[in-house]
Design a protein around this ligand. Structure first.
Ligand code: FES
Length: 118
């Protein structure tokens, strides 16, 4: 995986920019502890955990996207993609820092304390 350091922080090229389109998720299994679902919201790439905090299903990339939210295909828990907030007030979903540059989506090295939703 290609990496680069920006302002002292390590970033990983995780996919090409054109892999992530509006209204559809794109899954990247970053490593054994970080399964990531990417979305493009109003032109900007965002990343959340692919693992739903409800029953830990790894299906968020396949959720229904609507107006900046994504609904888990299993039982319907819904999250704001930009913030990870659970719209019904339940557990939030993890977000990741991503950016686009040179035709790639780059993800900031995850916090070592950040793991799959428990
Ligand atoms: S596993 Fe996502 S809502 Fe139940």
């Amino acid at each position: 995986m290609t990496t680069k350091v920006i302002d002292g922080v390590l970033w990983y090229a995780i996919c090409k920019s054109h892999d992530v389109v509006e209204r559809r998720g794109f899954r990247v299994e970053f490593d054994s502890e970080h399964d990531v679902a990417l979305f493009r919201v109003d032109g900007i790439v965002r990343a959340i955990s692919n693992v739903c905090p409800h029953k830990r299903a790894s299906m968020m990339f396949d959720g229904f996207v609507d107006q900046g939210t994504v609904r888990c295909p299993l039982h319907g828990w819904t999250y704001r993609i930009c913030t990870g907030e659970n719209v019904a007030g339940g557990r939030n979903i993890t977000t990741y820092d991503v950016r686009e540059e040179a035709g790639f989506v780059w993800m900031r090295e995850p916090d070592p304390l950040l793991r799959f939703e428990m």
